[in-house]
Ligand binder design. Structure first.
Ligand code: 0O2
Length: 225
């Protein structure tokens, strides 16, 4: 059996670019979280994961596209060598974080796929963005692509579960499990809308009992002393 190729062996010097774009995006996400905490006392993000696509998975993808399975084939052809998953608290947090990132002048959004508004037939829900941003290595500047997947905790839980059966070949009752997963996806989508309604009801009760002070604290930055 041949030994698996390492990230460094496969990606070579471009690994630094993919690592760096994830560091840069992580830093922007951190600033969004801190700014939101200051303004509203609430963090819209539960957690963030980053990954470099495994060499094996990248080579398969390049072959499927009819390209030579080498790192040099990636630019202009594959945009998810660097990937970030942002897990948000509520569905509206997904859209607000996506829109803040998209509003940053040096970030170009090359593509978006809204699988929340238009779920995949499997039931998969998530908001995908392909972005491109400048990365400085010393005095050289390169624009590097990354895929950002934004979703809620329950969408993430669902996707992890579904991912387990997707790549297992020896699963009996695959059709039945797929149908059950689809049913769960629909139920989760409806429960998530209920969460937002309940959150808004709680906020409006809080605002009424504080004479609107909480509203000010939640929507506006704190006044300067
Ligand atoms: P990995 O290991 O997560 O990187 P493209 O990548 O654009 O060539 P596609 O399918 O048009 O291909 O892209 P899309 O729809 O934006 O999906 C890309 C990624 O979303 C996938 O990456 C998965 O991470 C996730 N995804 C998409 N559909 C599903 C789904 O039905 N179930 C689950 N669990 N995840 C999904 P990769 O490259 O497949 O793998």
């Amino acid at each position: 059996m041949s030994e698996a190729i390492t990230e460094t062996e496969f990606y070579g010097e471009s690994l630094l670019l993919y690592d760096s774009v994830l560091i840069e995006l992580s830093s922007r996400i951190n600033i969004i979280r801190k700014a939101n905490m200051l303004r509203s006392g609430r963090d819209p993000i539960e957690n963030v994961k980053t990954r470099i696509k495994s060499p094996e998975s990248m080579m398969n993808k390049l072959r499927l596209k009819g390209l030579e399975p080498i790192a040099e084939s990636i630019p202009g052809n594959v945009t998810d060598a660097a990937g970030m998953r942002v897990i948000c608290t509520y569905i509206d947090d997904v859209y607000s974080v996506a829109s803040i990132l998209a509003s940053q002048k040096d970030i170009t959004v090359l593509e978006t796929k809204d699988y929340i508004k238009n779920p995949k037939p499997s039931g998969y829900r998530s908001y995908h963005m392909i972005v491109e941003l400048p990365i400085y290595i010393g005095d050289a500047c390169r624009r590097v692509c990354a895929e950002i997947q934004l979703r809620t905790l329950s969408m993430d839980f669902w996707a992890s579960l579904e991912h387990q059966i997707r790549y297992k070949h020896d699963i009996p009752n695959r059709k039945m499990i797929g149908a059950e997963l689809k049913r769960c996806a629909d139920e989760v989508a409806s429960v998530e809308m209920n969460f937002i309604t309940i959150r808004d009801m709680i906020n409006s009760i809080k605002n009424n009992s504080t004479g609107g002070e909480e509203q000010t604290a939640q929507t506006a930055p704190p006044d300067k002393e």
